[in-house]
Design a protein around this ligand. Structure first.
Ligand SMILES: *Cc1c(COP(=O)(O)O)cnc(C)c1O
Length: 239
């Protein structure tokens, strides 16, 4: 078994254990393998080990990888999860299946207008700055409702849910708090008539806390592919 296959197996076991601890059905949490900064060959290895959904942060790096893996395109799901600038929306609308990092209505409007008609609607999540950190993008919890309704009304997109990157915390109880707030917001939006099924939260360090609080998708990079070896900024200086 390749190292990536071993780490994928361990990660799937972590998710299964967390689902069990949360008394949630087995298989209720999807695994997005975050392949940013990893070579296309690493994605191929993960694919061989059964992984189908991959997350990328940098547009140019992702396009190169999608091209290198064109033979697998029909079987892969590409998720854009990084900060998205207006001048990069067209490439994302044309080449990805999902965008988790929609952090303002203007970006959603551009993606909607630029999604090619021959493709199915682009799945999107609204990013919420759940810990209120100045350094993180995302709408505030207070803005989420109005923005979510506006996005849900756009053609070419399908609003699937919310995404957040909570402030890092070492203690399990402290990790749970922002995930709880996100989950409460998600439930409030569903009760408000939005048809949402995706709560994208949880990374390598806080997967268990996220699943306990209701995440339906975890975005895992380091635990599968190992420590990233070059600084993210080097991957796409313009992103
Ligand atoms: C890099 C990244 C991840 C994966 O983080 P790990 O700690 O390596 O699991 C998840 N989500 C987003 C938005 C990221 O940028």
């Amino acid at each position: 078994m390749s190292e990536i296959a071993v780490q994928l197996k361990i990660t799937r076991a972590r998710i299964a254990q967390a689902e069990h601890a949360a008394r949630r059905p087995a298989g209720s949490v999807a695994l997005l393998a975050v392949s940013k900064t990893c070579p296309a060959e690493a994605v191929r290895e993960a694919f061989a080990a059964g992984q189908r959904a991959f997350g990328e942060n940098y547009v140019q790096e992702a396009l190169d990888k999608i091209t290198a893996l064109a033979d697998l395109r029909e079987q892969l799901e590409w998720h854009f999860i990084g900060p998205l600038q207006s001048n990069k929306t067209r490439a994302v609308a044309e080449h990805f299946d999902w965008v988790h990092s929609v952090d303002r209505l203007k970006i959603a409007q551009r993606l909607a207008a630029q999604r090619p008609a021959h493709l199915p609607p682009l799945n999107v999540c609204l990013q919420v700055n759940i810990s209120g950190e100045a350094s993180k993008s995302g709408v505030s919890a207070a803005e989420a409702k109005a923005t979510a309704h506006a996005i849900a009304a756009l053609p070419g997109l399908r609003l699937r849910g919310l995404m957040a990157i909570p402030e890092a915390a070492a203690e399990f109880a402290a990790q749970r708090l922002p995930h709880r707030r996100l989950s409460d917001l998600f439930k409030a939006l569903c009760a408000d008539g939005l048809d949402l099924d995706t709560l994208s939260a949880g990374m390598s360090a806080d997967l268990e806390a996220a699943v306990l609080e209701g995440a339906t998708l975890v975005r895992i990079g380091t635990a599968i592919f190992g420590a990233r070896t070059y600084p993210p900024a080097a991957a796409d200086p313009a992103a």
